[in-house]
Design a protein around this ligand. Structure first.
Ligand SMILES: [Zn+2]
Length: 500
């Protein structure tokens, strides 16, 4: 089958085709109908949920040759030109690559001229939060007194980074993540339109893992079309994207609720061996437990397509208090696992701990039980030994480690500025998957530009990839000590301290 670019081909062309975002669409359509046109709009929300598509539809509706419309006709020359991206009066600007004062000055100069053929000149600025402070200031002057023929539509994933002075001049619309059901329905209709042979399970899996983004979901379906021969199945989805199937979680859950430590260790070793990303695994686990809890309490899952009988049965096999306790222990896992040097061991210990949750326990009893219990059986011992072994092999002195990384960089040619900036950076903390550096504010941007070089040097020195994060002494210092008493307790018992 020919490779399709579904996202582009099925980009919504009028308001009725937009998936979800009803609150936004209704308000915009009624404003258009009543000729209440604003001069600056801000579309805020996560990526891939339709902000730019709605901006283009709005641009068409404003300029449609059929006079006042609440929805563009898509038939007239202006509508067609905007769809093709060839309309001179609809200007799309990528805020990330045109972020400076010069670009905004040029924009301000062009704003004063009348549109060449359309009713309005529409400026769509994507990722507007990327503009520099100076650029925002220059833009603000235009926003304060916009020419009557100009409409600005700003799109952003990070509205909190847009200055308040700009926000206050805009009509703000918050786009939300799409539900699994909305994504599933859209995927289902796409497969029919394109005669793509995909089973229901595969579409549900994509919908669940697209995390609210229709664009990501369509992108995944695209990839699968070119990958799979014949029918696309849930297994194809798992193979292509490395998703962890629910049978893995079911097995783990049965191990925990049945207090079977051998099964728990087996599942986790299997997950590690197959090379699954641990954070991805934990994310899926959290969603799995949340879903079980909803089933257990007979609350309909707002994001799910329909009732899964197997999960429902599983959920009813334990008490809601047991599930709440498991959820409580799991909630901080994703955050805490970043701070331990040996994540497999941490994961094993936490899961084994869950197997010891007394059924019908309340949380206070759980904390008490955890603090009073002793590590004695062989599964714990083995996990502990692995942790010890790892500590011995791993360079734990961050200053020493930093020296070695600097040496690696100094042995490479060129990039002298970068090297001199690095001299003033101070390592703050180091764990198995991240290195945190403190740098003077003035060097921050320069270092960020060449962060890949630094990562490469880390990889060369350590033999594996790690994340590098940059903090400045002027900026907020992240809290690294966890205040949660439960997690503190777990860390104490599991001997999982942060490496500094
Ligand atoms: Zn039209």
């Amino acid at each position: 089958m020919e490779y399709l670019v579904l996202t582009r081909k099925y980009r919504p062309q009028d308001f009725n085709e937009v998936v979800g975002q009803k609150h936004v669409i209704q308000t915009l359509m009624s404003a258009l109908k009543n000729r209440r046109v604003g001069h600056s709009y801000l579309f805020a929300g996560p990526r891939g949920v339709g902000k730019t598509s709605v901006a283009r539809i709005l641009a068409k509706a404003l300029n449609c040759e059929n006079d006042v419309v609440e929805n563009p006709c898509n038939e007239c020359e202006t509508c067609k030109a905007i769809t093709k991206g060839s309309a001179v009066d609809v200007i799309e600007i990528d805020g990330a690559s045109n972020r400076g004062i010069d670009e905004i000055r040029a924009l301000r100069e062009s704003v004063v001229y009348n549109p060449s053929s359309a009713r309005y000149k529409v400026y769509i600025i994507d990722e507007v939060h990327m503009l520099t402070k100076e650029a925002f200031n220059a833009l603000l002057k235009t926003l304060e007194e916009p020419p009557s023929h100009v409409v600005f539509i700003f799109a952003t994933t990070e509205p909190e980074r847009v200055p308040k002075t700009v926000l206050s001049r805009c009509q703000r619309f918050d786009f939300r993540m799409l539900t699994e059901k909305e994504i599933f329905t859209k995927l289902n209709s796409l497969t029919k339109l394109e005669s793509i042979n995909a089973d229901e399970g595969s579409l549900r899996l994509i919908a669940a893992r697209a995390e609210g983004s229709i664009r990501d979901a369509e992108g995944m379906l695209d990839q699968l079309v070119s990958y799979a021969e014949g029918q696309i199945t849930a297994n194809d989805v798992k193979e292509v994207f490395g998703f962890i199937g629910k049978e893995v979680y079911i097995k783990l859950f049965l191990g925990i609720s049945g207090r079977n430590e051998k099964v728990i260790i087996e599942v986790i070793e299997d997950v590690i061996q197959r090379g699954y990303d641990i954070r991805e695994f934990i994310y899926g686990w959290l969603k799995f437990i949340q879903r079980l809890l909803l089933y257990n309490l007979d609350i309909p899952d707002p994001t799910s397509v329909e009732i899964n009988k197997e999960l429902q049965k599983l959920a009813k096999s334990v008490s809601s208090k047991f599930l709440t306790a498991v959820l409580n222990l799991s909630t901080n896992m994703e955050r805490d696992i970043r701070n331990v040097p040996y994540s497999q061991g941490f994961l094993e210990l936490l899961m084994l701990r869950m197997a010891r949750i007394p059924d019908l326990a309340d949380i206070n009893a759980l904390i008490k039980e955890i603090s009073e219990s002793h590590i004695e059986d062989s599964s714990y011992k083995r996990a502990e030994e692995k942790l010890e072994k790892f500590k011995k092999e791993f360079p734990t002195d961050v200053t020493d480690l930093w020296k070695r990384i600097i040496e690696t960089i100094n042995n490479t040619d060129g990039k002298n500025f970068f090297k001199s900036f690095l001299r003033e950076a101070k390592p703050v903390s180091f764990s198995s998957n991240s290195l945190r550096l403190n740098v003077p504010e003035s060097h921050k941007e320069h270092l960020k530009e060449d962060i890949d070089l630094l990562k490469e040097a880390c990889k060369e020195t350590l033999g594996f990839d790690i994340e590098v994060s940059i903090v400045t002494s002027d900026g907020p210092v992240e809290e690294t000590i966890r205040d949660d008493p439960l997690i503190k307790k777990i860390k104490e018992i599991f001997n999982a301290e942060e490496y500094i």
